[in-house]
Design a binder for this molecule. Structure first.
Ligand code: IVH
Length: 672
């Protein structure tokens, strides 16, 4: 507050500002300040209002918990009990203070539960007579919207409960969109020529409001439970409720290593915070903090709630992941499919534990929308995404001589004039077969893990082989021999031998991955898999008409055209024929799942993200005599580890001497 500004003026100003940010956040889903900045303003307003009760206003932003009631479309229904918010904390000291107060007020008798703060959309699930009766959004906390039809499509939400479950109960939880589902949705959206979704949370929120529950079902939403309320009677404790709910059929955080812990004191809480501060980066979905709760119902009752949030719970938010820095210039990169990505070159700034110098700028529209210019002071954010992005410009700091940025019209690598199809947000370099960056990118993609998985062939070696003139396309890899390789810098016999062995092994990679490896524009992993299974061979796919391609639900006109265009180019056909001659697989396997006794009596834990649905991996375990268990312990025999498995689980397995199998090792074992 400036000295000249009266408390009344500042209160009015804060209320106006906060109302505006609430609207941006909840209604427009386009916040312009961070949660931390918002909370700081709200805290300032709360303090001023406390000091000036005469200025009270029932409509102050401090009196409400926000609203997502933005549509007229879904039926509004009153909540059985208000859906409150959480008080936030941002550092250990605030957590100590809260825990101290709570311990004092419960005469040191309470214990705490620690769980993740899922970054998704709150949901209230009402069960009547053991069946899902209604699912409500949080709305304004008092009234929510009935989105039962959409929620029914989420597979981790049980429609009927185990017989021992109480007849009537309410579950509260968070609906999230895991990163893998978000990425495959974006793959689909981009293939259809639309702009990708920006982050999983907003996409989850948008998905739940769709009027097409088939589409909702395809998106791969998931749900974590964080609260259990009985209609008749009461649970002794939260942890008891969570364990019971797992038995009644709910997906609870107990399925994930250390996602839910009951601790006796604040030291236990701190240990949990320290663990997730690092481990959060390995999770397959976004979280924005940790929630600490008093466990016992009796203590919760005595602590009570304010109008906004319970006193028995506290959210701990991880470090804000935003930084301020100068934009030095905008560069352009060309990807393997010719797509141009503008990149912001920044003055170094430290954000969320790493130094950021480059950030993504998406496309020409985004640059125009932000009106971002060289020399601007910009806000950089590092969210769940790995690549930081520029989210805003501090216009007040703009240099007087700045000029609007003019988007490039030439390929940064080969200088060819760029093209932009009307329905696409991106510019493309059309020189697919002559642009070195595109060709190298395609070879890197070809060799990458999810494609041909050629060990020892990363960006650097591709660059080295390219510069030496040894490869001009992926088929050239299969002509490489030991002798010429040994003439390369730092290429000794072992390294060259490994590379050649990796290339040889890749010949047995299944057709669906070979198809993905070809790098046909818009044909990502999922689409390649479906095309391979549907058509069965490259010959059949090559002969397919547009109508035949469009029969697949994952194929829209953009993908169909891209496939046709690929095979219409004789140079692609000649390349594919060389790969065929090299012995790569261009026919799909008949779908026979290995069945046997390779895992007879073995205890297996399945964790992470696989190339097939996780349930399929579990089915294979059982089909081969294995027994499934949810968490790693001393009696576990195998941990079958997919991508994005939390590091904690791996450590635990290593400590317990459990054998860890990758997806391919697992398949090899059961295929023996
Ligand atoms: S407990 C009355 N536990 O965070 C307290 N909330 O900022 C009820 N959230 O609206 C919330 N993970 O949607 C709780 N483990 C968790 C949570 C969690 C995410 C969300 C929830 C709530 C928001 C409050």
């Amino acid at each position: 507050m400036t000295e000249t500004m009266s408390a009344a003026d500042r209160i009015a100003e804060l209320r106006r500002t906060l109302h505006e940010h609430n609207h941006r956040y909840y209604v427009l889903a386009a916040p312009t300040i961070s949660d931390r900045e918002f909370d700081a303003l709200l805290a300032e307003l709360e303090l001023l209002e406390k000091a000036h009760p005469e200025l009270d206003d029932p409509n102050s932003p401090t009196k409400r918990v926000g609203s997502d009631l933005d549509s007229q479309d879904f039926e509004k229904v009153a909540h059985s009990r208000p859906m409150l918010s959480l008080s936030n904390s941002y550092n250990a000291e605030e957590v100590y203070d809260w825990a101290d107060r709570v311990q004092r007020e419960t005469a040191g008798e309470c214990s705490f539960t620690c769980e993740l703060k899922y970054d998704g959309v709150a949901i209230a699930l009402q069960y009547r007579d053991g069946g899902l009766f209604r699912a409500l959004t949080r709305g304004d906390g008092t009234t929510g919207e009935d989105i039962t039809d959409n929620v029914r499509t989420i597979r981790t939400i049980p429609l009927t409960l185990a017989p021992e479950a109480p007849a009537n109960l309410e579950i509260r939880g968070e609906i999230i969109l895991p990163f893998a589902a978000f990425e495959s949705l974006n793959e689909r959206v981009v293939a259809a020529g639309r702009d990708p979704f920006v982050n999983p949370r907003n996409t989850a929120a948008g998905s739940l409001k769709l009027h097409d529950n088939k589409e909702v079902a395809r998106r791969g939403l998931d749900c974590f439970l964080y609260g259990v309320e009985l209609e008749d009677g009461e649970l002794d404790s939260h942890s008891r409720g969570v364990h019971d709910a797992a038995r009644w059929g709910f997906k609870t955080p107990l399925t994930l290593d250390r996602a839910f812990e009951r601790v006796n004191d604040v030291a236990g809480v701190m240990d949990y915070l320290a663990h997730w501060n690092d481990a959060r980066h390995g999770l397959p979905f976004a979280i924005d903090g940790v929630v600490i709760k008093v466990d016992e119902t009796v203590h919760r009752r005595s602590l009570g709630s304010t109008a906004k949030a319970p006193r028995w719970a506290l959210a701990y938010k991880f470090e804000t992941e935003q930084g301020l820095t100068r934009l030095i210039r905008i560069d352009y990169q060309v990807g393997r499919t010719g797509g141009i990505t503008p990149v912001a070159r920044l003055e170094k700034v430290f954000v969320a534990g790493t130094t950021v110098q480059n950030a993504s700028l998406h496309n020409a529209d985004q640059i125009a929308q932000l009106d971002i210019r060289e020399g601007d002071l910009v806000r950089v954010e590092k969210g769940g995404e790995i690549i930081p992005k520029v989210v805003g410009v501090v216009l007040e700091e703009r240099p007087a001589d700045s000029v609007p940025h003019v988007y490039t019209d030439r390929c940064p690598d080969c200088g060819t004039e760029l093209e932009r199809a009307e329905e696409e947000a991106r510019h493309y370099c059309p020189n697919a077969l002559g642009c070195p960056e595109q060709i190298k990118g395609r070879i890197e993609h070809f060799a990458s893990r999810k494609a041909m998985n050629i060990d020892g062939l990363g960006d650097k070696s591709v660059d080295q082989l390219w510069t030496a003139g040894m490869i001009r396309n992926p088929a050239d890899l299969y002509d490489l021999t030991m002798e010429p390789l040994l003439t390369l810098d730092r290429m000794k016999e072992t390294k060259a031998g490994n590379l050649l062995a990796g290339i040889e092994t890749s010949k047995s990679v299944p057709f669906e991955r070979v198809l993905f490896a070809l790098g046909i524009r818009h044909v990502g992993e999922t689409v390649a898999k479906r095309l391979a299974r549907h058509f069965g061979s490259l010959e059949a796919l090559r002969a397919a008409s547009k109508e035949a391609l469009l029969e697949l639900d994952v194929v829209g006109p953009v993908i169909a055209e891209a496939v046709l265009a690929f095979f219409a180019d004789e140079r692609h056909v000649a390349h594919v024929e060389r790969l065929m001659a090299a012995g790569l697989r261009f026919e799909a396997d008949a779908e026979v799942a290995p069945q046997g006794t390779a895992l007879e009596g073995k205890r297996c834990v399945v964790s992470g993200v696989f190339s097939m649905p996780r349930d399929e991996v579990k089915r294979l375990v059982e089909q081969n005599g294995g027994k499934l268990s949810g968490s790693v312990s001393g009696s576990t025999d195998f941990l079958i580890a997919g991508d994005k498995m939390g590091p904690a689980k791996r450590e635990k397995a290593e400590r317990a001497g459990v054998r860890i199998l990758s997806e391919s090792e697992f398949i090899a074992l059961i295929s023996k």
